[in-house]
Design a protein around this ligand. Structure first.
Ligand SMILES: [Zn+2]
Length: 429
């Protein structure tokens, strides 16, 4: 059962703060070689045995922006653009290795305020983000840029706003506030044909400095357009949809929310407690999704109480495009009631689509009574900015169904169906 109430979980917040404190930024600061030296040490001339290279985590195909069906889409400037190579080989500083490594990237064209920008080190797509030399940001946006070698940070200031990026850190400071850097693509050091440049993620930096960034896939053209800054309003003018990269591709990343937990047991029946069953099924869903190549964020992975608003916030926090909550049902006065139903927030097309896939898969897999897709203003759904659904996998007040819910192989059937429903959603987007 899902209770509709709002409860801020202080423990959750403390955990988050501790998580930030334990992020690689801190560990990095101690063990960092001076970046300029690193770049100087590894040059493209240095002989490297390609066969022994550690392969990139992402294949070149994943970094390549997907082909667009309509090349004339959008009203971006029509520019005379030189030929772009499909791929370039650069040396990209890898903070995890503490050295640069040979990396294939997709070069992109850059334009500022409608004019083509030349750059000795080109803009490049890396892990779904476009990096550009920070010099372009300072010269074109007229931002002040300070590189602090001793702590590996670049500070970018414009119009009273300050962004501090640190090499190897997945967070940035914007006006003193900790902000996640999308895809962990932060300030980076790139060496291309012997030229070393400090590179920054163009969309993250530009949009936080009130410039608009457009991407034309057909031309592989990133266009930066400065906006008039209203001194009363320093808010970014554009907010990237949660759970997508700069090219609109969904991250294969899902938040799985095991209902209840800790001091909140949920419903019960047949000697079983809802919070235990939802966790067992959620963990099986997690394993199946991970086997299928998804990243899974568990709202809880043990018997812990987490507030509903905090659960919903996980999608924004981890930039995940999908949220699935798992619960068991109860009807105290109707012990014969049975079956499976899935909830979506009212009038939410994304929720309804996801709920439809989940319900269909669950019914097909279990032959349980189909109670259909329903709508309700549940906190974990209405507070979610991405498609979210809540499955009620069976009634604990129905003795027969409750016994099934405790059966390991039935749990596996439910988990496989939920996984299939999630994959249906990704297949359609
Ligand atoms: Zn529940």
């Amino acid at each position: 059962m899902q209770k509709v109430f709002v409860h801020k979980c202080i423990i959750g917040l403390i955990c988050l703060i501790l998580a930030f404190a334990a992020s690689p930024a801190g560990a990095w600061a101690d063990a960092t070689p001076v970046p300029d030296e690193t770049i100087a040490v590894v040059t493209p001339d240095e002989p490297v045995d390609d066969d022994n290279e550690t392969p990139n985590e992402k294949t070149p195909d994943e970094e390549q922006p997907p082909a667009e069906e309509d090349p004339s889409a959008g009203d971006l400037p029509v520019l005379e653009l030189p030929q772009l190579a499909d791929k370039l080989t650069v040396w990209l500083y890898d903070p995890a290795l503490g050295t640069s490594r040979k990396t294939e990237v997709t070069p992109v064209h850059l334009a500022f305020d409608g004019a083509y920008l030349e750059s000795d080190v080109p803009g490049m797509a890396v892990s779904g983000r476009t990096l550009v030399p920070v010099r372009l940001i300072s010269e074109q946006l007229k931002a002040e840029v300070v590189w602090q070698k001793e702590n590996n940070t670049v500070t970018i200031a414009l119009g009273g706003k300050t962004i501090i990026l640190t090499i190897g850190s997945n967070t940035a400071l914007i006006d003193g506030q900790v902000v996640a850097v999308p895809d962990n693509v932060s300030v980076s050091l790139v060496n291309f044909e012997g030229v070393a440049r400090t590179m920054v993620p163009v969309r993250f930096v530009s949009e936080n400095l009130n410039a608009l960034v457009d991407y034309d896939q057909a031309q592989r053209l990133v266009s930066i357009t400065p906006q008039e800054v209203d001194p009363d309003d320093n808010e970014p003018v554009y907010v990237k949809p949660v759970g997508q990269d700069d090219y609109g591709n969904l991250y294969r990343r899902v938040v799985i929310d095991a209902g209840h937990g800790g001091t909140d047991p949920g419903t019960n029946g047949g000697g079983q407690i809802e919070k235990d069953l939802t966790l067992a099924v959620s963990q099986q869903v997690r394993d199946l999704l991970e086997d299928a190549g998804y990243e899974v964020i568990m709202a809880r992975d043990d018997d812990t109480y987490i507030g509903l608003v905090d659960r919903a916030a996980l999608t924004t926090q981890y930039d995940a495009p999908l949220f699935v909550s798992i619960h068991c049902n109860a009807a105290e006065n109707a012990p014969a009631a049975s079956g499976i139903e899935t909830y979506a927030a009212p009038d939410d097309a994304g929720d309804l689509e996801l709920a439809g896939y989940l319900q269909k898969r669950l019914i097909a897999a279990t032959a349980a009574k189909d109670r259909g897709v329903k709508t309700s203003r549940l906190v974990v759904l209405t507070h979610n900015v991405v498609p979210a659904a809540l499955v009620e996998i069976g009634f604990m007040t129905n003795a027969e169904e409750c016994a099934k819910l405790g059966d390991a192989s039935y749990q596996q059937t439910l988990a496989a169906a939920i996984t299939a429903g999630i994959e249906d959603y990704f297949a359609a987007h």
